[in-house]
Design a protein around this ligand. Structure first.
Ligand SMILES: [Zn+2]
Length: 224
């Protein structure tokens, strides 16, 4: 029987959080022969007021799957919860999620940070720790930042720095897969992008790289 591969799981709220927060690390683990799985709580259907929800959902799914293919991920699962209702509606997806996690038995789990500015992100963090306790998991659990450029108040948690320099092209390409989130404008003949979150991500990865003697890094905090 072939040996079961080790796996990594990312639990996040919206369809692009995994790429922004963990994209380079996902590519690194995939290159090291891990199966990399992503579970996304919502479709992020509130994200774009210009596109009707029925068009947006298939777009979000396709973009996440494209981004996942670029970083070498194994599978993306959408729980389909409504934004702002993760807590209230969690029981409707609990069994599905629990059996998925029991099947893949992740060695490492990456999720949002306890103090993230977005309330949906904080619910995913809390749910992750609940799942960890309920299933008595032995996985290492790490948190990642989406909006916070600097990490304050987490000095009591061990830091986990992943040098992603080698995989940065993949992360950039994966970020560009979220076409519906990014506006491209032509300025003086150059195509420029005006997605603030993507620019913040570049800046943050570069600052983290600079602080850790490499080109780009993703920094996590070990919470379990
Ligand atoms: Zn998000």
């Amino acid at each position: 029987m072939p040996k079961k591969k080790k796996s990594v799981l990312i639990l996040c709220a919206h369809s692009d959080d995994q790429t922004i927060g963990v994209g380079g690390t996902m590519a690194k683990y995939a290159s090291e022969d891990y199966d990399v799985y992503t579970v996304i709580f919502s479709y992020g259907e509130k994200g774009n007021p210009h596109i009707k929800e029925e068009h947006l959902v298939p777009t979000r799914i396709k973009e996440s799957e494209d981004a996942d293919r670029i970083v070498g991920g194994k599978e993306v699962m959408f729980l389909g919860l409504k934004e702002g209702r993760f807590d209230k509606d969690f029981d409707s997806v609990k069994n599905k999620l629990f059996s998925f996690i029991k099947k893949i038995r992740p060695e490492k789990i990456f999720t949002h940070a306890v103090d993230d500015a977005h309330p949906d992100h904080r619910v995913v963090y809390r749910k992750t720790l609940e799942i960890y306790d309920d299933l008595k998991l032995k996985s290492d659990v790490y948190s990642f930042e989406i909006w916070n450029i600097f990490n304050f108040g987490k000095r009591d948690h061990p830091k986990f720095v992943v040098d992603i320099s080698e995989f940065y092209d993949k992360k950039k390409k994966a970020l560009m897969a979220f076409k519906s989130q990014i506006d491209f404008t032509k300025v003086y003949g150059y195509i420029t992008m005006n997605n603030w979150l993507v620019l913040v991500t570049y800046f943050k990865d570069w600052v983290n790289g600079f602080k850790n003697n490499c080109k780009q890094a993703e920094v996590f905090y070990k919470v379990r």
